[in-house]
Design a protein around this ligand. Structure first.
Ligand code: 4AD
Ligand code: MG
Length: 462
C-alpha cells in the first residue's frame, strides 16, 4: 500500500486528520508519562515527531521494541506542534514494529565522520547529511532533464560497453569473458581477443560523446546522461572510477554557443535546487559549508568569467603564487591552478577556452593558429573543473591528422570519420561531471559522499 510521505503530510495535513506514516526511528526520548519518537522516511530532513503515551495501544510493551533504527508504522491524529521548527506532530494511537534494531545498530545519535560512514554504505543514507545529499542529487537530475526538455533536446541513451577510447587517454576498464587463467593466445603470444565475447577488445565507456555526435547528426540537439568509467588511479576528493556524466551535443553550434549553453545550464540547475530543496540547502549551509547558499545565489544570478588559456597562464604567472606545479604555456592546468583562478582571481565560475592542442583530446577543433583547439573548461570554486567540452573537428582531413598525431588507429574510428564524409556540420558539446556538480551545490568536501555507492581504487564493497 502506498501512503503519503511524511513530507506530504507535514506540508498539507491538518490538525485532526487521522493518518498513518511509516519509516525508521531516528531518536526516542522517554519522559515520565509519554515519549517523543522521531520517525524519518527519507522524504524530509527532519522527519516527524510522534508523541506516544498511555493512550497508545500497548504503550509500555511496544515502546520497549522501538529503538533507533527500528522500522515502524504509526497511526494517529495530527496535532499542532508546540515545538520549534515543525508545524505538526502525530499523536500515536497504534504503533506497529516491522523490524527491531538493537543497540548494535551503528548509527546511534552522535555525529559520525564521513569516513566512518563510508564503511556503512548500506546504512549511511539514513543519516541527515547523506539523506540531504541524495535528495539534492535527485533534484539536480530532475532539473537537468527539465532544462533539456524545455529546449527541445532529445534524450538519447549511449552504450556502456564500447570498443573505442573516446578520450584517447587509455584509462579504460577492459571487459572480457575470456578465462583469465587460460586466455587464448595469438601466434605472437598476445591475448587473442578474436575469441572473446565481442570478437575484439571491449571496454566500459569513458564518455558517451562519440555516440552523442552520431545522434546530433540526425536530431540536431541531443544529450546523454549515464554512468561512465575511468581506470585512473587518482585517490582524490574529486575523482571516482564510476561517475555519471551529462553530455549535450549540438549540431550547427560553435564554441560560443556551447559556452552559453553551459552557463545557462548551470544557472538553471542551481536555481531549481534553491527553489525545490530549501530545507536541505539550509542544512548544508549550517552544517557543511556556510558559503553554500551565497554561492548558489551568485551562480544563479551572476555572469561567468570567460578567458582564454593563454590569458589564464598569464594571470597565474603574475599572481606571485608558488604553485606545486610551476606554470608555463603548454602545461595542463592542475586543480591548484583551476581553484586559484576561480577562488582568488575571479571569485566565481569561469570558462577557460582555447587550450593547447597537445594537451587536449583528438576530436577538438583546431584553431586557425594551428596550436590551440576550441576547447572549454568550466572551473568552479572548491571543485575546479566541473565541465569539459569543445567545438568538434568537423573537417575530415584535419581530423585524420589529429587521430594520427594522437597515436590512435584511424580504422577504429571509421564511423566517426564517416560523419565528416557525409553531411558534416560545425558542432559542439560538453560533459558535466554530475557528482562534481552535486559537490559544488552541497559544499560536500569529498566526492565519495555525493554518490550512494562510490567506486574508487580498492573500494567496491556495496
Ligand atoms: O573533461 P572530460 O574528460 O570530458 C569528456 O569526457 C568529454 N568527452 C565530454 C564531452 O565533451 N562530451 O570529462 C567531463 C567531466 C569533467 O569536467 C569532470 O567534471 C568529470 O567529467 N570527470 C570526473 N568526475 C568524477 N570522477 C572522475 N574520475 C572524472 N573525470 C572526469
Ligand atoms: Mg576535462
Amino acid at each position: 500500500m502506498t501512503m503519503p510521505t511524511i513530507k506530504t503530510l507535514l506540508a498539507s495535513g491538518h490538525p485532526g486528520d487521522t493518518v498513518t506514516i511509516q519509516g525508521w526511528v531516528r531518536t526516542k526520548r522517554e519522559q515520565k508519562t509519554f515519549s517523543f519518537i522521531n520517525i524519518n522516511d527519507g522524504s524530509t530532513l527532519g522527519g516527524i515527531q510522534v508523541v506516544a503515551d498511555e493512550q497508545t495501544a500497548d504503550y509500555e510493551a511496544v515502546l520497549k521494541r522501538i529503538n533507533t533504527g527500528a522500522s515502524v508504522a504509526v497511526t494517529g491524529v495530527l496535532a499542532e506542534s508546540p515545538a520549534k521548527g515543525q508545524r505538526l506532530e502525530l499523536k500515536a494511537q497504534t504503533l506497529e514494529v516491522f523490524g527491531e534494531a538493537d543497540d548494535t545498530y551503528p548509527l546511534q545519535k552522535k555525529r559520525h565522520s564521513f569516513e566512518f560512514l563510508r564503511t556503512l554504505g548500506h546504512l549511511r543514507s539514513r543519516t541527515n547529511t547523506l539523506g540531504a545529499v541524495f535528495r539534492v542529487r535527485n533534484a539536480c537530475a530532475q532539473a537537468i532533464h527539465q532544462f533539456f526538455h524545455e529546449r527541445g533536446f532529445l534524450w538519447i541513451h549511449t552504450p556502456i560497453l564500447t570498443s573505442s577510447d573516446c578520450e584517447g587517454a587509455g584509462e579504460l576498464f577492459t571487459v572480457t569473458s575470456l578465462d583469465l587463467n587460460h586466455p587464448p593466445q595469438t601466434a605472437e603470444h598476445t591475448v587473442d581477443f578474436s575469441q572473446d565475447f565481442f570478437g575484439k577488445p571491449a571496454y566500459l565507456t569513458v564518455s558517451g560523446q562519440l555516440e552523442a555526435e552520431i545522434m546530433a547528426m540526425a536530431f540536431t540537439n541531443v544529450y546523454t546522461f549515464g554512468p561512465t568509467f575511468r581506470a585512473e588511479n587518482s585517490n582524490t576528493s574529486r575523482h571516482l572510477a564510476e561517475f555519471w556524466m551529462v553530455e549535450p551535443e549540438m549540431a550547427f553550434c560553435n564554441l560560443g554557443g556551447n559556452m552559453d549553453l553551459a552557463e545557462a545550464f548551470l544557472k538553471y540547475v542551481f536555481r531549481y535546487v534553491l527553489d525545490h530543496c530549501e530545507e536541505d540547502m539550509a542544512f548544508f549551509n549550517q552544517r557543511i559549508d556556510d558559503t553554500v547558499l551565497a554561492t548558489a545565489d551568485a551562480i544563479a544570478n551572476s555572469e561567468f568569467a570567460r578567458i582564454t588559456y593563454t590569458e589564464a597562464v598569464t594571470q597565474l604567472q603574475k599572481s606571485g603564487q608558488s604553485f606545486e606545479f610551476p606554470v608555463e604555456w603548454g602545461i595542463d592546468l592542475q586543480s591548484e591552478h583551476e581553484r586559484y583562478l576561480a577562488e582568488e582571481v575571479f571569485k566565481r565560475p569561469l570558462i577557460v577556452t582555447d587550450y593547447p592542442a597537445a594537451i587536449k583530446a583528438f576530436y577538438m577543433r583546431l584553431n586557425d593558429d594551428g596550436k590551440t583547439v576550441a576547447a572549454m573548461d568550466v572551473l568552479a570554486p572548491k571543485v575546479g573543473e566541473i565541465i569539459g567540452g569543445s567545438q568538434r573537428e568537423e573537417r575530415l582531413d584535419i581530423l585524420e591528422r589529429r587521430i594520427d598525431a594522437a597515436g590512435l588507429p584511424r580504422d577504429a574510428y571509421w564511423w566517426y570519420l564517416d560523419l565528416r564524409r557525409y553531411g558534416t556540420v560545425p558542432h559542439a558539446g560538453f560533459g558535466l561531471g554530475f557528482e562534481r556538480l552535486v559537490q559544488f551545490i552541497t559544499g560536500m568536501g569529498n566526492i565519495r559522499d555525493v554518490i550512494p555507492f562510490p567506486r574508487t581504487p580498492e573500494n567496491i564493497e556495496f
